[in-house]
Design a protein around this ligand. Structure first.
Ligand code: GLA
Length: 748
């Protein structure tokens, strides 16, 4: 592709090489000091704990203190790791900008800073101190005809984000290989934590030492990936949820992308990320521009602090979801492809009786889609299974005060479909003669072909126009292999990703209020770019609560609980075969956007009564769950996981204790409830719903709390000295509600 020609923004003032500019941005406990010494490209002199008002002298001191000594036998000036690292600054690690012109030139840019804008106004002062702000740096290499618009934002949450746009001001096309932004982290960051995973096992944590070399997480799947790095953290040795300085980055892009942690032999360490471009994919014609995705960067003491900046940022979105996230029933694990109106209306009746508020019809309603081998791309209601259309089911659902949701997979196409037969050239593939390997018996529709895009958009639009559909479950069930336009053989991955975003945007613009759930074989599309246009993610196709304990715990490292689809499934897990009590299934699903994915016709009266009680609890507590702060206790190797949600005023909290393995026969680590106010008194009440957890042996404090109306406990005991842990069988859980009993401490 050739990126669109975009006029260069004339508001960024013309380059004045040589000027020194220093900026201190600070918000919500984070300071970022940006240094443009002598007009070189901006470097970060500090990104971390709040430094307070520095004044010009203090700001100079931070920048000067960040300069390294010059060792023997090295470049003769201090190495500078700019936000776009380059060799002309002495950086011998991975370059930030890499590309070339047809004659081979242009591969070693020498960018310098020209104009700087602060919140839209040209900046002329040498020293600037401000709160949350947007800074735009106009970088240029005039000789080589390259300009970069580098945008750095410190958000009110203390979350930092950066992106860069490259304009080709030269006379020949510029083939861009890579545009990766990099943020320095200090030498104290000795350990890395990021994520791997696979289908039904998303977001498996992995830790390693931060050593010399590059820890490079490349994604070539054309979707975020079940094995995505998710958030790549570097931190002090042994950092946990609550302790240790931690710096984390997230590349907000749903196509091919990369995250990296690099240490060069000088000891310099950076965290970075950007889009991963395929060969020849981005050729920037003279005057045209390529814009890379946002790289988010979150700093905090402990992983909870890092996560909370992401959560607050998402919660501050204009279109963020209502806290009364509707209890959802998804029919997938109940009926799979067996679409029978009588069975589905019966399921709707049972759901409504339980207090369900949204009913989602999953795969199998369209075209020839009677199993997963055909029909994708023909988004027309199947008259074979739905002779009167979806109207009768939707009416049945909405008459019972539930909203209707529908499964779609707009980017995909089955070879066995009308659209593929009519337009084989609309399938992504390496050449007119060849197609990629099928995956889940399907291929990908080339949305960069305007007619293919219009086909799927119009069919989706027609459905949304005809039916009362409140939400879409938007699936994406395969990796994109050999993603090229067949007629030309040119890579189409970059444009395909942008086209998918555009499709979501157009549907939402035409149908305000339409919610979209991002699903991709479960949780393979969870990132902050897709979340700009979606309202929830399906964490995983594995609903086994033991597995979900881990997946939900780490999905929450990036997104708040209200955006995590979290269902109660049947007693025997469909993906692992494990059996679990209803209490543990519901207990594990409660900390998320609650749903049911279970054939309720098979549930006993007792189970339905218990399910109803869990749904009532969720409805009672969702306001707290979805506005409160998530805290996860550090408990070493203990199989008793303790997490909670605490109201911002710290007057109310809900904690869950989950046995993910066998507890010790005698003493486990004390239960310390992080995040509560140590100076307050709280009434702690254990909440028992359904069966009592098997083999629960309560310590005396818990026995008393169970017998009486809870227990009043000083916050200092809860937070600092802790309570002895109960014994209980694996895969059992306990909930604790905590309510402040005293008035908040007066402000001194
Ligand atoms: C994917 C989703 C499932 C379900 C099926 C339908 O696997 O993750 O939840 O919607 O597709 O085919």
């Amino acid at each position: 592709m050739s990126p669109r020609r975009i006029p260069v923004d004339s508001t960024v003032i013309a380059p004045r090489p040589g000027a020194t500019r220093r900026l201190h941005l600070h918000a919500a406990g984070v300071s970022v000091v940006l240094d443009v010494t002598d007009g070189r490209i901006p470097a970060i002199a500090h990104w971390g704990a709040e430094l307070g008002e520095l004044g010009p002298a203090g700001l100079d001191a931070v920048c000067e203190a960040a300069v390294d000594p010059v060792p023997h036998n090295a470049v003769d000036v201090p190495v500078r790791s700019g936000l776009l690292p380059q060799q002309s600054d002495g950086w011998i690690g991975r370059p930030g900008l890499s590309g070339s012109r047809p004659d081979g030139s242009g591969w070693v840019p020498r960018l310098v800073t020209g104009g700087i804008e602060l919140d839209g106004h040209p900046l002329s002062r040498a020293h600037t101190e401000t709160g949350a702000a947007t800074v735009r740096f106009a970088l240029a290499d005039e000789e080589q005809g390259l300009e970069v618009d580098l945008e750095v934002q410190l958000l009110p949450t203390g979350l930092l984000r950066l992106r860069a746009a490259l304009t080709n001001t030269g006379a020949t096309p510029y083939a861009l290989d890579e545009l990766t932004l990099a943020l320095p982290v200090p030498a104290e960051a000795e350990e890395l934590l990021d994520f791997a995973g696979r289908w039904t096992r998303e977001r498996t944590p992995q830790r390693r030492d931060f050593t010399v070399g590059t820890h490079l997480r490349e994604n070539r799947r054309g979707r975020t990936g079940a094995d995505a790095a998710h958030v790549l953290h570097a931190g002090q040795t042994g950092f946990g949820f609550r302790d240790g300085e931690v710096w984390g980055v997230h590349t907000a892009f749903s196509g091919n992308h990369r995250h990296l942690a690099e240490q060069i032999s000088t000891g310099h360490r950076v965290l970075g990320g950007g889009e991963l471009l395929l060969p020849g994919e981005v050729r920037i014609d003279p005057g045209a521009q390529y814009r890379g995705p946002w790289l988010y960067a979150s700093y905090g003491e402990g992983l909870d602090a890092v996560a909370s900046r992401f959560h607050r940022h998402l919660r501050a979105r204009e279109h963020h979801v209502d806290r009364r996230r509707p209890v959802t029933l998804n029919v997938w694990e109940a009926v799979y492809f067996d679409h029978d109106l009588a069975r589905l209306t019966d399921l709707a009746d049972r759901a409504a009786a339980l207090g369900v508020e949204r009913y989602v019809l999953d795969d199998g309603w369209f075209g020839s889609r009677r199993d997963d081998s055909s029909g994708l791309g023909d988004w027309v209601v199947s008259r074979e299974v739905w002779p009167d259309g979806l109207g009768p089911l939707i009416d049945h659902v909405t008459e019972r005060s539930m909203e209707f949701g529908l499964w779609v997979e707009p980017e995909m196409v089955s070879e066995d479909s009308e659209v593929a037969r009519a337009h084989p050239e609309w399938i992504l593939g390496p050449s007119p003669a060849a197609l990629p390997l099928e995956s889940r018996h399907q291929q990908v529709l080339n949305l960069t072909i305007p007619e293919a895009f219009a086909h799927v958009r119009d069919q989706m639009m027609a459905l949304l126009d005809e039916y009362d559909i409140g939400s879409l479950k938007w699936d994406h069930n395969r990796d994109l292999l050999e993603a090229a336009t067949r007629s030309t053989g040119r890579a189409a991955m970059h444009e395909q990703t942008l086209a998918a975003y555009r499709l979501m945007d157009e549907l939402r613009a035409a149908h305000p209020g339409l919610e979209i759930e991002s699903c991709s074989s479960g949780g393979a599309r969870v990132d902050l770019a897709v979340l700009e246009r979606t309202d929830r993610v399906w964490v995983s196709d594995c609903i086994d609560p033991l597995e979900r304990q881990q997946m939900n715990r780490w999905t929450a490292q990036l997104i708040p609980l209200e955006l995590m689809g979290s269902h109660i499934a049947s007693g025997r897990s469909h993906t692992t075969g494990r059996l679990h009590t209803l209490s543990f299934r519901a207990h594990s699903a409660l900390f998320g956007h609650l749903g049911i994915e279970w054939d309720l016709a098979e549930a006993s009266e007792e189970e339905l009564a218990e399910l109803r009680a869990w749904i009532d609890l969720y409805r009672e507590r969702r306001e707290l769950l979805f506005r409160g702060d998530l805290v996860r206790a550090d408990r070493g190797e203990s199989p008793l996981w303790l997490q909670g949600v605490i109201s911002p005023e710290r007057d109310e909290a809900l904690f869950s204790l989950s046995a993910v393995g066998r507890t010790a026969t005698s003493q486990d680590a004390h239960l310390r409830f992080p995040g509560l106010d140590p100076s307050a008194t709280y009434r702690l009440r254990p909440l028992l719903i359904g069966e009592r957890p098997s083999n629960l042996i309560p310590p005396p404090w818990l026995e008393r709390a169970l017998e009486e109306d809870g227990l009043a406990l000083p916050g200092a005991v809860l937070v600092r000295s802790g309570l002895t842990a109960p014994l209980l069988d694996p895969e059992q859980g306990l909930l604790f509600s905590l309510v402040r009993e005293t008035d908040p401490a007066p402000v001194p």
